[in-house]
Design a protein around this ligand. Structure first.
Ligand SMILES: Cc1cc2nc3c(=O)[nH]c(=O)nc-3n(C[C@H](O)[C@H](O)[C@H](O)COP(=O)(O)O)c2cc1C
Length: 199
């Protein structure tokens, strides 16, 4: 049974929702799954003034936790076309793990969200892949066997790079069923690859 970590940062809850869908998918493929989040770095008064979602039950990850898993699925919202700095800051503390080759051979995968349809979902996911590669990890995305990423009948996230959702500028749009399906598919896909590699 592969061990899968879903490691996320979410300001307004969209990525949090996606994280649990990813976890559900990984579980459905037989993985033992843990959902953790990275620490918030924004000062409390800024978080309050900007109406951050502060009630997020997932425990806070420690850098050394990463060693315990066969796969790490990272979820973070887009900031100016790249990954939120809270997630980057967490990985910027993994130098010791890198030095000792502790993450080599693990599976890495990313999902994201943006406010606007073309606000940088693909660039966000792609911007994180070098981090996995420097750690010697094996990158997985969202294969086209997830047919939900085809078609233009509705506005939706999801690409071969990874699952995603679109939140609208005011955050009012919640992950749609097809986007959650993509997240579950990605979780299951990663879990199956991790099982093969672990085997
Ligand atoms: C500083 C900042 C920069 C952002 N940059 C982008 C961006 O480049 N493109 C975009 O579509 N949305 C952008 N957003 C919107 C966030 O991506 C969106 O709020 C986030 O994906 C919501 O996910 P969450 O509810 O899990 O935090 C930005 C938000 C902030 C606060």
């Amino acid at each position: 049974m592969p061990k899968v970590l879903v490691l996320y940062h979410s300001t307004y809850g969209h990525i949090e929702t996606m994280a649990y869908a990813v976890a559900e998918g990984a579980k459905s493929a037989g993985a033992e799954v843990t959902v953790l989040r990275v620490p918030e770095l924004v000062p409390e008064e800024v978080a309050k003034a900007s109406h951050y979602k502060v009630d997020q039950p997932a425990a806070i990850a420690k850098v050394d936790d990463l060693v315990d898993y066969d796969a790490i699925i990272v979820g973070a919202g887009t900031r100016f076309g790249t990954v939120a700095s809270q997630m980057r800051n967490f990985w910027d503390q993994t130098g010791g793990l890198w030095f000792n080759g502790k993450l080599i051979g693990k599976v890495g995968s990313v999902f994201t969200s943006t406010a606007t349809q073309h606000g940088g979902q693909e660039s966000t996911i792609l911007s994180f892949i070098p981090t996995f590669l420097h750690h010697g990890m094996v990158v997985a995305g969202l294969p086209y066997s997830f047919q939900g990423q085809m078609g233009t009948e509705q506005v939706k996230g999801g690409s071969p790079y990874g699952a995603s959702t679109i939140t609208e500028g005011d955050g009012s749009r919640q992950p749609s069923e097809i986007e959650l399906e993509g997240a579950r598919f990605q979780g299951a896909h990663v879990a199956r690859i991790a099982a093969k590699l672990a085997g």
